[in-house]
Write a protein that binds this ligand. Structure first.
Ligand code: AMP
Ligand code: FE
Ligand code: FE
Ligand code: ZN
Length: 286
């Protein structure tokens, strides 16, 4: 029998993915996975649907999240949380603040684009996010729909990233807060894709900054990591005694369709995360 594989990074329509949690879980089953983690940006609202769908199909759905954060030295980063308790009050409080930041930023971006083109309202963006808290991909899709750009990529390159015509900085949760809140929610904190969209190598200084405030692991294998980035992540994990994870970062879209299952970990890695999460829970309850 093939060994059990788990994809630990995916996005649904509750953030900027295009598949519902139910559809993602069904796709995971189709692709022969034993489990997945739903890790929407700054929200846990899709977890209930995902966990219920996984139960029906006999898959494991690890409750996850991808928290927007920022480092002193290397700018915006994402911190994954695994085995979090979706009921946790500290988590809810942080996510409410992050949602407010997103709404404010989307309004600011719309104002800049509107001033430059005479098009794009906040309502156009909400139509793309199905009235949920918006992210930049929803803004990019709205801009494409209105003919301001011809692709989502063009929207990011010319408008939405640093140096772009409508770039608005957002700080996310402070790194120490993001990691501490994940721990207080009984979860494990993992540095997402440290080599993604980075000039060369990986964000090593940022990883060290995160380790100083309690980081548990690094997402080693990710579609945006070349061999060199993967190797450097593994070296850092060895040096700093960090857990290793992998995931596809599936958003449901892409030239080849959804990439769920293209990066996975074995059951042993999931069990290591689970054991670490249990330690945090024991500490909280003890
Ligand atoms: P946000 O969380 O609203 O800042 O949006 C971040 C999301 O936008 C990421 O998770 C990606 O899905 C997407 N994204 C970020 N940078 C780019 C880029 N340069 N090109 C295309 N998509 C991007
Ligand atoms: Fe995303
Ligand atoms: Fe990310
Ligand atoms: Zn992601």
């Amino acid at each position: 029998m093939a060994s059990a594989r788990f994809d630990l990074h995916s996005h649904s329509t509750y953030s900027d993915g295009t598949l519902s949690p139910r559809e993602l879980v069904a796709l995971a089953a189709d692709r022969g996975l034993s489990g997945l983690s739903l890790t929407d940006h700054d929200t846990i609202d899709g977890l209930e649907e995902a966990v219920a769908a996984a139960q029906i199909l006999g898959l494991e759905c690890i409750p996850g999240i991808e928290v927007s954060s920022s480092t002193l030295a290397q700018g915006e980063v994402h911190i994954l949380g695994y085995f979090i308790d979706p009921q946790n009050a500290a988590l809810h409080e942080m996510l409410a603040e992050l949602a407010q930041q997103r709404v404010r930023r989307a309004h600011d971006i719309c104002a800049l684009v509107h001033a430059a083109t005479g098009k794009l309202t906040y309502e156009d963006v909400l139509a793309q996010s199905e009235q949920r808290t918006p992210g930049r991909p929803h803004i990019a899709r709205a801009m494409m729909r209105l003919g301001i750009v011809h692709s989502v990529q063009q929207a990011f390159d010319e408008w939405l990233t640093p140096g772009g015509k409508a770039y608005v900085k957002r700080t996310g949760a402070p790194l120490a807060t993001a990691i501490d809140v994940i721990h207080r929610a009984g979860g494990v904190a993992v540095f997402a894709h440290p080599g993604a969209r980075w000039r060369d190598g990986i964000r090593e200084i940022a990883v060290r900054e995160a380790v100083a405030v309690g980081l548990d692991g690094i997402e080693v294998d990710h579609p945006d990591h070349d061999d060199n980035a993967v190797r450097r992540c593994v070296e850092l994990c060895d040096e700093l005694s960090l857990l290793q994870t992998s995931g596809s970062d599936d958003h449901g879209i892409g030239s080849e369709g959804p990439r769920l299952g293209c990066r996975t970990v074995a059951e042993r890695a999931v069990n290591e995360l689970r054991a670490r999460a249990r330690e945090y829970r024991a500490r909280l309850n003890g």
